[in-house]
Design a protein around this ligand. Structure first.
Ligand code: SAM
Length: 318
């Protein structure tokens, strides 16, 4: 009965919109807006800039970030709050929609979750390179809308790892904002208990024991960025060895064939069975939802990303 309810709720798909057909919704757009307000105020105080000064400077950071993602400029540094603000504003709103869509469609993940729910077990997951909290927000929203609202009793433990320690503030802001929503909805216990640690995915895996043995791992827009592939493979290999049989490793990223091949090659090298290569080329945000960010997009004269060309696939530990 519970699994039946769960599977039915995961079949919900309003193409591209992020809405579900029945049940309540954790609207992540106002949550991201409030997180942006927090970072913006921090910048005003920290640097003593006026509102207009921050807005003016921000445009240069936005341009650099766009150039970087088009391969036209040197690396961006998320340790700097201007880049963190720019990333959260431009990419998070759409990527959360994208990830929720993928969670619903990824049969490896939905199968794993329904088995765990039937067995009455807690579900553990991790995001690699998940510093901003994109995956955390998508997971909380997905868990609330697709399971909790249908009466499925579950609890997630979710850990992120990123080598930019400064992301922690944004991560905890997202965690707090989503918890406030859940308390308002009278969710009786923590749906997702979360944690973040600082670690380099392309460095030695020591010190990242908290990432071991999870039921699922998410790599969202990170494989494309990791340049030291041999050490990344070693890092991932340690996680694969530590994970239980059937653990799911989900990769989502930009869709050039070189990145797709890199993801497949990295996964296969660690012994994972690779499934379900799928492509997305879609507008994922409704115009009405963009209005949540109008205060900033008008001030900065910059648009948030609405269209995504991406691929996703998953690997399963045999
Ligand atoms: C494009 S962002 C993606 C963020 C998030 N996963 C998402 O989907 O929005 C890439 C993230 O990976 C992190 N990252 C890149 N290389 C890394 C490495 N070698 N070790 C740990 N984190 C890394 C960056 O700090 C950044 O937060």
């Amino acid at each position: 009965m519970v699994a039946d309810l769960f599977l039915r709720s995961t079949m919900v798909d309003a193409k591209g919109s992020g809405f579900i057909l029945d049940g309540g919704r954790m609207n992540h757009f106002p949550i991201i807006r409030r997180v942006l307000d927090r970072i913006f105020v921090e910048m005003l105080y920290k640097y003593g800039y006026s509102f207009d000064q921050v807005s003016q400077k921000m445009r240069a950071y936005l341009q650099h970030m766009a150039d970087f993602y088009h391969g036209r400029s040197g690396p961006i540094d998320f340790a700097h709050p201007f880049y963190r603000f720019a990333y959260v504003l431009i990419y998070l709103p759409g990527r959360v929609v994208l990830l929720k869509q993928i969670f619903r469609q990824c049969s490896g993940l939905t199968k794993l979750l329904s088995e765990k729910i039937l067995a009455g077990q807690q579900i553990t997951g991790a995001s690699l390179g998940g510093g901003p909290g994109t995956e955390l927000l998508a997971l909380k929203s997905y868990a609330y809308e697709s399971m909790y609202k249908d009466g499925v009793d579950l609890q997630f433990h979710f850990t992120a790892c990123d080598f930019v320690k400064a992301w922690e503030d944004v991560w905890w802001a997202i965690d707090t904002e989503t918890n406030m929503f859940l308390v308002q909805q009278e969710v009786p216990k923590a749906l997702v208990v979360s944690d973040i640690l600082c670690g380099d995915l392309a460095g030695p895996a020591q010190g990242t024991n908290k990432l071991h043995g999870k039921d699922f791992y998410i790599m969202s827009y990170v494989i494309s960025e990791v340049s030291n592939v041999p050490t990344f493979k070693q890092f991932l290999d340690v996680l694969v060895q530590s994970a239980p049989r059937g653990a799911v490793f989900l990769a989502v990223d930009i869709s050039p064939v070189s990145v797709v091949n890199k993801a497949i090659e990295v996964f296969r090298s660690t012994g994972l069975n690779v499934f379900a290569l799928s492509y997305i080329d879609d507008r994922v945000i409704n115009p009405a939802e963009i209005l949540h960010f109008a205060f900033y997009t008008r001030k900065l004269n910059w648009n948030i990303q609405e269209n995504f060309k991406a691929f996703w696939l998953y690997g399963v530990k045999p």
